[in-house]
Design a protein around this ligand. Structure first.
Ligand SMILES: Cc1cc2nc3c(=O)[nH]c(=O)nc-3n(C[C@H](O)[C@H](O)[C@H](O)COP(=O)(O)O)c2cc1C
Length: 217
């Protein structure tokens, strides 16, 4: 066994959170998510709205990367990206995705899964215009997920975008939001002796009702 493997095997956190009971949970998974997100923010979890977005490619191979949750309205979880990126290609082929919120310092995680669709262009426009100028220009400069020969090429693209588009760049046509409409939301909270609490809300078939059940951890 290598030293690193030994160190990895010795890394062990004992969770000591209070037990979580069904009665503690809101009937509505979106209200439950909101209260855990606010608690994560209050607990100073870094980037509490960052999650790992899981997608699958055309060969059913999974891939994950971080994105920022930028809206939760009409029971949809919204993030913004480049519509020509690798994740966008995956979503065109298979619109099902998962968003994993890793609030490890709170001994919590939330997993939101469902179908993804593009948001309306005016919604993407509105969010784009709320971003800092550098981020707006960056969206023009980056051919996200394409091979890049050097950092200088990217910096030049950024300067070109700034010179051409000035202080009020429009949203690039290849940039916008996706909204994930969940059919399942899992809440996990660590407990002592690996007796963790795990609840999954699932949409009941054909009805717009959420059913929540406890699962073995
Ligand atoms: C904390 C964090 C937040 C990120 N947020 C976003 C985001 O909201 N949108 C985005 O397109 N990329 C975001 N990224 C970059 C992505 O993780 C990823 O590298 C990029 O979107 C390209 O992914 P793809 O090639 O799989 O499409 C973020 C990265 C980190 C580390």
């Amino acid at each position: 066994m290598t030293d690193l493997t030994q160190q990895l095997q010795d890394m062990r956190e004992e969770y000591d959170g209070k037990p979580l009971f069904k009665a503690d949970l809101d009937d509505c998974p979106f209200a439950q998510f909101s209260s855990w997100l606010i608690e994560a923010q209050q607990a100073k979890v870094p980037d509490p709205n960052a999650c790992s977005l899981g997608t699958v490619d055309e060969n059913a191979k999974p891939m994950a990367r971080a994105v920022l949750l930028k809206g939760m309205e009409d029971e949809m979880f919204t993030f913004y990206t480049n519509y020509k990126s690798r994740k966008a290609r995956h979503l065109e082929n298979n619109p099902y995705a998962t968003m994993h919120f890793p609030w490890f310092s709170m001994e919590r995680q939330v997993i939101v899964s469902g179908k993804v669709t593009k948001v309306a262009v005016d919604q993407s426009d509105e969010y784009f215009q709320s971003r800092p100028l550098m981020s707006r220009l960056g969206a023009w400069a980056s051919r996200q997920s394409e091979v890049l020969d050097s950092r200088e090429t990217l910096e030049k693209a950024f300067i070109d975008a700034r010179d051409k588009l000035g202080e009020q760049p429009e949203k690039p046509p290849h940039w916008g939001g996706y909204a994930l409409e969940p059919d399942s939301i899992e809440f996990w909270q660590g407990g002592p002796s690996r007796l963790h609490d795990r609840f999954i809300y699932r949409l009941t078939n054909g009805e717009n009702l959420w059913n929540v059940e406890r699962f073995y951890p």
